[in-house]
Design a protein around this ligand. Structure first.
Ligand code: ATP
Length: 352
């Protein structure tokens, strides 16, 4: 296991800056997720950590030692990619054993390690099958087991679940998390799927345009987004943003509820909500509409549990509110989160 440090790393391809001044520490045993839209630079960063690319500027340190220019074979790193690249003519056991064979590991040690790794990922019963006789999820676990037998210092995973269907993806995510809780190997996991990122990561690094926007636990990123990009990239549906005179005001759809859901003395911002459409999603209802009067007229969404009676029908206007403690403020120019104490004018807008 290892502590992985990324120091002021930039990567420039010809004219294009793929990564700009990335500073990041992955703690020993941590599961860190790199999350961002297509083209944000996450795979480039992973390739630099693997030794497949050399940064234009900056350094990579593994356990305090500079490893920036080390070849992949000279780093004790295991990579799991979308394409598991198992050998079709070898059995699952032989696939897992492959990196040990190449190293000339004695047979009894290979057998022991294959059993151990297969046990960790729950595929002991499949060892004599060929990959084509297993499911996508089982192949993914085989690829994980194959990386595990090498005792890597750190794992790099590039969207390893993206080939799986929704249900399998959910199960595999759960398994991956349980597996990580057992082995606690430093892992860096790339995805553009925020649900996967939230479910898996000890911390998430949100990237866009080659830059780090925010680093934090899933809860920090969700509840305290560092800027309007993170506020709208994380969360489905995204955070509501309303441009007011001197700030952008943000609130999550599930915090925006009928006025009478709050106690009479609750410190809330209450606004008329004109509902255009109600969408039933099973566990929740999404209410599409506009806030009017108190705030500048803006399209917003409310998300309310289906277990409570729907308080409004399409075409109606009712009083909705949000706790002031749930309001987030962002600078209009920079989009960066600001301390709400500086937003005195907004605090006087309305009191329910
Ligand atoms: P995706 O989710 O689509 O895989 P990503 O966030 O992993 O995207 P990268 O693959 O890291 O993005 O690419 C970051 C940027 O760098 C992109 O604009 C890409 O076109 C560019 N890029 C990547 N590799 C090269 C290269 N070898 N030469 C030139 N440009 C490159």
């Amino acid at each position: 296991m290892a502590r992985v440090e990324i120091r002021k790393v930039s990567k420039i391809f010809a004219e294009h800056t793929a990564l700009s001044d990335i500073d990041l520490v992955v703690e020993d045993g941590e599961f860190l997720v790199l999350l961002g839209p297509s083209g944000c630079g996450k795979s480039t960063l992973l390739r630099i950590l693997a030794g497949l690319e050399i940064p234009t500027y900056g350094d990579i340190l593994i356990d305090g030692k500079v490893a920036t220019r080390l070849q992949p074979k000279d780093r004790n790193v295991a990579m799991v990619f979308q394409n598991y690249s198992l050998y079709p003519h070898l059995t699952i056991a032989e696939n897992i054993a492959f990196p040990l064979r190449v190293r000339g590991t004695p047979k009894d040690e290979i057998d022991r390690k294959v059993k151990w790794a297969a046990g960790l990922v729950g595929i002991e019963g499949l060892l004599s099958r060929k990959p084509r006789q297993t499911s996508g999820g089982e192949r993914q676990r085989t690829a994980l087991a194959r990386s595990l037998v090498r005792d890597p210092d750190y794992f790099l995973l590039d969207e390893p679940l993206s080939n799986l269907d929704a249900k399998l993806r959910h199960n595999s995510r759960e398994e991956l998390r349980q597996f990580q809780d057992r082995v606690r190997v430093t892992s860096i996991y790339v995805t553009h799927d925020q649900v996967e990122a939230m479910g898996l990561g000890d911390r998430i690094v949100v990237m866009s345009g080659g830059k780090v926007r925010q680093i934090g636990t899933p809860e920090e990123i969700y509840t305290r987004p560092a800027d309007t990009f993170v506020a709208t990239f994380i969360g489905s549906p995204p955070m509501n943003l309303v441009e007011t005179g001197d700030a952008v005001l943000g609130f999550r759809p599930e915090t925006f509820l009928p006025r009478d859901a709050f106690a009479a003395d609750a410190d809330i911002l209450s606004v008329p909500f004109h509902v255009r459409r109600v969408e039933y999603l099973g566990g929740d209802r999404l209410l599409y509409g506009k806030v009017t009067q108190v705030l500048p007229e803006t399209d917003v969404l409310a998300r309310i549990p289906s277990s409570v009676a729907c308080p409004v029908e399409a075409g109606e206007e009712v009083s909705f509110a949000v706790l002031r403690s749930e309001l987030r403020y962002f600078d209009r120019q920079t989009g960066l989160a600001t301390d709400r104490q500086h937003m005195a004018p907004l605090r006087s807008v309305s009191h329910g």
